[in-house]
Design a protein around this ligand. Structure first.
Ligand SMILES: N[C@@H](CCC(=O)N[C@@H](CS)C(=O)NCC(=O)O)C(=O)O
Length: 216
């Protein structure tokens, strides 16, 4: 078996997603930190690894992957147990759709390059930028809350085992907490988040448990 390496960073919500999957599947890996808060993602060394200058990058032997969602699906195909997708076409589509609420719709709006651009091009101060992030993270929470009201997590988002939907949702909750979103209006999200945090593979992958994270 080849050695798996992930370029990540404590603060990266996308790296958190991939870390959870690696942990759930019991895959040994090495994590190489790239400090996205001080601009290390723009170094020429990292440019050769990731053309987009973002985290994470997953290296499995001679395979180099970018984008966390395809990484989750790659790991699931390469190491099938425990499965990260539910059985059945409709549930698989639902799990992917729940995942994309975070990966495609909310998270891209709050990443460092967007926050920097708001400051550099529109003169937004730290308070305005945090408000922007809270707005989009709260919109994501409201969507999840509505969907969990229509189809109750039982006990996880799409059935009895955690799937890519739970992994991406967990990263959304971590982001919502980073940006101090009020959570009172989202009891179903909070309950699922508590169930996920009780799983060691999720807990040990959490951003605040990684080297370099601030002690809160
Ligand atoms: N859609 C990508 C997200 C990639 C991304 O934006 N990653 C963030 C960290 S979570 C990053 O590296 N940002 C660097 C920047 O914005 O400059 C994925 O899911 O992998």
């Amino acid at each position: 078996m080849s050695t798996i390496t992930m370029y990540g960073f404590w603060r990266s919500l996308a790296a958190y997603r991939v870390r959870i999957a690696l942990n759930l599947k019991g895959i040994a890996y090495e994590e190489i930190p790239v400090d996205i808060l001080n601009g290390a993602q723009h170094s020429s060394d990292y440019d050769r690894i990731n053309a987009e200058h973002v985290l994470p990058t997953l290296v499995d032997g001679d395979v180099t992957l970018f984008q966390s969602l395809p990484m989750l699906e790659y790991l699931d195909e390469r190491f099938p147990e425990p499965a990260l997708l539910p059985k059945g076409a409709a549930d698989r589509a639902y799990a992917r759709a729940l995942a994309l609420i975070t990966v495609a719709d909310a998270h891209p709006l709050v990443v460092p390059r967007v926050r920097k651009h708001l400051a550099a091009s529109f003169g937004a101060d730290a308070e305005a930028i945090d408000g922007w992030a809270r707005h989009f993270m709260s919109e994501g929470l409201a969507t999840y809350e509505k969907l969990f009201g229509r189809r109750a997590p039982a006990p996880y988002a799409v059935g009895e085992r955690p799937t890519i939907a739970d992994i991406c949702f967990a990263s959304h909750m971590a982001g919502a907490r980073f940006f101090k979103c009020p959570l009172d209006a989202f009891p179903l999200c909070r309950a699922l988040s508590e169930r996920l945090d009780a799983i060691p593979a999720f807990a040990s992958a959490h951003p605040l448990k990684q080297p370099g994270a601030p002690a809160l």
